[in-house]
Design a binder for this molecule. Structure first.
Ligand code: GRF
Length: 200
């Protein structure tokens, strides 16, 4: 059985969607560990309620490189096949990324490369785009930048504010993150330049 680590900082709804997909038998994997850099993250409580090992590894006051070493050590202890960032609000240093090459995924609430960084849905509304969405991508050492695994688009309506757009995007996040994880774990893919394409 393939093993996942989930890294989160808050609400954890993407984590819940992944856990639900596994329970429903639609994703052949197990969540070996949930780690939060914020001790008060709701995702930690949810994990414990689901009987999943949950670790709080506070980042406050710890130097980045030091933190990333602690985090990578913790992840490694659980011998996971894939690390899934799910609302993990930190940029991972090259030191972390290099320890898990092509084994870290992230979900971002925009159609990358549009609107990387914080408040992507707000950026989309402010910019006036008519379509936005979400992206699952491999994590490299740059912000929201690695090869794209899967995307889904949603319309931006005249009546939208960033909350209503976020809710529409979130539904798609919950769907495509699990699908993307399944695809990557199956292993029938390769990287060509920046492209993730089907076939070994
Ligand atoms: C999601 O919008 C995700 O795309 C972004 O942070 C949010 C996390 O939400 N990276 P949740 O904690 O999974 O509910």
């Amino acid at each position: 059985m393939k093993r996942l680590a989930i890294l989160l900082s808050g609400r954890g709804s993407n984590f819940e969607a992944i856990a639900a997909r596994i329970r429903a038998g639609a994703l052949d994997a197990e969540i070996a560990i949930v780690i939060s850099n914020r001790p008060d993250a709701r995702g930690l409580e949810t994990a414990r309620a689901l009987g999943i090992t949950a670790v709080s590894l506070p980042s406050k006051g710890v130097a980045r490189e030091e933190y990333d070493t602690l985090l990578a050590d913790e992840v490694e202890r659980h011998a996971v096949d894939l690390v899934c960032l799910a609302g993990f609000m930190r940029l991972l240093s090259p030191r972390f990324v290099r320890r898990f090459p092509l084994r870290i995924l992230n979900i971002h609430p925009s159609l990358l490369p549009a609107f990387p960084g914080l408040d992507a849905q707000h950026q989309a509304v402010e910019h006036g785009v008519k379509v936005s969405g979400c992206t699952v991508h491999f994590v490299d050492e740059y912000l929201d930048a690695g090869p794209i695994v899967k995307q889904a688009a949603v319309p931006v309506l005249d009546s939208d504010d960033s909350d209503s757009l976020s809710a529409r995007i979130l539904d798609e996040e919950h769907r495509i993150y699990g699908e993307a994880i399944g695809l990557i774990l199956e292993g029938n893919w390769r990287i060509e330049g920046r492209r993730v394409v089907a076939g070994k």
